[in-house]
Design a protein around this ligand. Structure first.
Ligand SMILES: [Zn+2]
Ligand SMILES: [Zn+2]
Length: 232
């Protein structure tokens, strides 16, 4: 919904700085050039290089993941990397709003066109020490603009995990073991209720998988995974 300010001030593209004729702070040219997500496995959003769209990937066929679907907006490539990095490290909150406006549109017109919306969004939490040093959780900033209840006190990250990108395979899984803890009241309230687990970026998918396994063990769900960008 455009604010009063949007009527008074023209929209300015967050990428090229030119005036935007779309009713968004992203111009048509930059919008068209974004690495829009396409052709992933409908379950885990793994890129499918040798299979028709909407086919389950081999990994999901062998071992179904603890969530129904993964919906991604973009590939994690330029200039999305730049938008998210500036959001995280330079407090570019306008990027969260612009990206989430697009996500909201996809949610309503595509991802959930024929399906009821989840009852709430669970943003993947940061460890409290990282949240303190950053001052905010970028995924919560994305969630703010999606128009659904946000579960912020429901899940804690309890050990400061090393950045997943530094680790490989088994070391990543060990790093994530017991990484999350759920609030008892949240468990009581959300058993049998659909939720969306939101992350800004999914790389291997291990973090959301561990969180969704924990949610599933407590009968929370069905669970869908949403992300702004997926590595692929
Ligand atoms: Zn532009
Ligand atoms: Zn898959």
């Amino acid at each position: 919904m455009p604010s009063l300010l949007s009527w008074l001030l023209p929209f300015t593209c967050i990428l090229c700085g030119q005036r935007s004729d779309r009713s968004q702070d992203l111009c048509q040219g930059c919008w068209d050039a974004l690495p829009h997500w396409h052709d992933g496995c409908p379950r885990c959003a793994n890129p499918l290089r040798h299979a028709p769209a909407n086919t389950l990937c081999g990994a999901c066929q062998t071992k179904p993941p603890p969530f129904r679907h993964t919906f991604a907006l973009f590939f994690y490539r330029a200039p999305i990397v730049h938008l998210i990095t500036q959001l995280k490290f330079q407090h570019a909150f306008i990027h969260a709003r612009v990206l989430a406006e697009h996500m909201r549109e996809k949610i309503l017109t595509d991802w959930y066109r024929n399906t009821p919306l989840p009852s709430a969004i669970l943003p993947v939490p940061l460890h409290p020490s990282r949240q303190r040093s950053r001052g905010f959780n970028q995924t919560v900033e994305l969630a703010r603009h999606l128009g659904l209840p946000i579960l912020v006190e429901s899940c804690q990250r309890r050990k400061p995990t090393r950045p997943q990108t530094d680790l490989k395979g088994a070391a990543r899984r060990a790093n994530l073991r017991d990484a999350f803890v759920l609030d008892e009241r949240f468990i009581q309230r959300y058993q049998g209720r659909s939720i969306a687990v939101l992350d800004d970026v999914i790389t291997t998918g291990n973090t959301v998988r561990v969180l969704c396994e924990l949610l599933t063990r407590h009968n929370i769900g069905p669970i869908d995974v949403w992300c702004c960008a997926r590595q692929g």
